[in-house]
Design a protein around this ligand. Structure first.
Ligand SMILES: Nc1ncnc2c1ncn2[C@@H]1O[C@H](COP(=O)(O)OP(=O)(O)OP(=O)(O)O)[C@@H](O)[C@H]1O
Ligand SMILES: [Mg+2]
Length: 383
């Protein structure tokens, strides 16, 4: 097992992570190198908190979707006045950066790069990351909404503008629904709003299709035999139209007309039942077993979703981006020894700085010396 030898490949990684009054950490100052980082410790020690802190250096509300004040360290009734996450990135090409995210005195959370405010795109390009959480174990058997959200996050890791497009579409969708809820079903305002919504909606669907094709190609060419091959499909009205070759303009017209036709129904239902891109779904089949992912065992579903994450990381690296940071919370739970070894090998082959958590250090034994091992205990980290 060796690290990936392609000299030209860029990798997102951290060389230092500091936390201040973040959840159960009073302070943390961790020096690391580019190897994967394994965090072992008992339940409630702070492992997921560390991954969450890193995730707040990316655009969005972090892997727990936390409200801004939530991470403030609490001890009984006492709440710390501020929290901060600071990281220095490591770069083989010399473009090191410092990233900081924090919250102070009721102001908005601020995320800065090299001391200056940074856009979503700059942050995502500097430190792309993909998170895999325990709740994703049942993603294929669970609600459509969660699956779509997971997939959109994967897409946004390779295309930061995807997150913005999604945000714009959702903003317009709730504005439209508010108007409908007020009984205003026939206004010029709605016409304009739906036209805008269709523009973002079609861009959203097109971004998903584009990412799906790359993801599927990365899955098909993966050479390890441990994680199952998956056949992915996007189920959505606009995605289907585009896949059949519709022009963007025609797909927009289709969405505009459906939205207009369905105003009455959406008003009566109090929610957007129209089959826009917010109601799309990601289908996945276990190729070898020829069955939908939802019917696979818990461990098999975990292996399928790990396959998606690894393939997306691979796809990002292949198309000129960086190998993303992988935040793998409890990724080894439910994996047998062969799959744990396969995961370690795949991460090392990719050259990713994966941050893995687990309740036992033995879960990471397949990495040997090729990963950094830490123990986490009551908000403290030791070697
Ligand atoms: N704002 C906060 N202030 C202080 N402590 C907090 C705060 N938010 C969460 N905690 C505590 O941090 C501790 C560690 O949580 P975390 O989720 O990181 O545990 P973990 O090591 O991932 O455990 P598990 O193995 O069960 O997943 C928990 O006891 C939790 O109650
Ligand atoms: Mg945890």
């Amino acid at each position: 097992m060796t690290r990936h030898s392609d000299e030209t490949r860029k990798t997102a990684s951290l060389k230092r992570l500091r936390l201040t009054d973040f959840r159960n950490f009073e302070t943390l100052d961790l020096d690391i190198d580019a190897r994967p980082v394994c965090l072992a410790g008992p339940n409630g020690s702070g492992k997921t908190n560390i991954l969450e802190a890193i995730s707040l250096l990316a655009p969005g509300r972090g892997l727990r979707g936390a409200e801004t004040e939530e991470p403030l360290r609490r001890i009984g009734e006492t709440v710390a006045p501020a929290w901060a996450v600071y990281a220095e990135t490591l770069s083989e090409t010399g473009d090191e950066a410092t990233l900081a995210s924090g919250f102070l005195d009721g102001r908005r959370r601020q995320t800065r790069m090299d001391g200056k405010p940074a856009s979503r795109g700059e942050l995502a390009r500097c430190l792309p990351m993909i998170a895999l959480l325990p709740e994703h174990d049942r993603l294929f058997a669970g609600p459509r909404f969660d699956r779509l959200k997971f997939f959109d996050r994967l897409v946004a890791a390779s295309d930061p503008s995807h997150g913005e497009t999604l945000g714009n579409y959702e903003k317009l969708r709730s504005r439209r629904q508010r108007l409908l809820d007020q009984g205003r079903v026939d206004t010029d305002w709605l016409d304009a709003l739906e036209t805008d919504m269709a523009g973002h909606g079609v861009a959203l669907a097109a971004g998903r299709l584009h990412a799906l094709a790359r993801l599927q190609a990365a899955i098909d060419t993966a050479e390890d035999g441990v994680f199952p091959k998956t056949d992915l499909a996007l189920d959505g009205m606009i995605e289907a139209a585009l896949a059949e070759g519709a022009e963007l303009r025609d797909a927009e017209d289709q969405l505009i007309s459906v939205l207009a036709d369905e105003r009455g129904r959406d008003a009566a239902a109090g929610r957007t039942l129209t089959r826009g891109p917010h109601r799309s779904d990601l289908g996945a089949r276990h190729r070898e077993k020829d069955q939908p992912a939802s019917r696979c065992s818990t461990g098999e579903q975990k292996a399928l979703i790990i396959r998606l994450v690894l393939a997306q990381a691979q796809s990002l690296a292949s198309y000129g981006g960086k190998v993303p940071l992988l935040l793998l919370d409890e990724a080894c739970a439910h994996l047998d020894a062969k799959r744990r070894k396969g995961l370690a090998e795949a991460i090392l082959e990719l050259g990713a700085q994966a941050w893995l958590t687990g309740v036992e250090s033995s879960l990471f034994s397949a990495f040997g010396e090729q990963a950094q091992q830490f123990s986490v205990e009551q908000g403290r980290v030791s070697v």
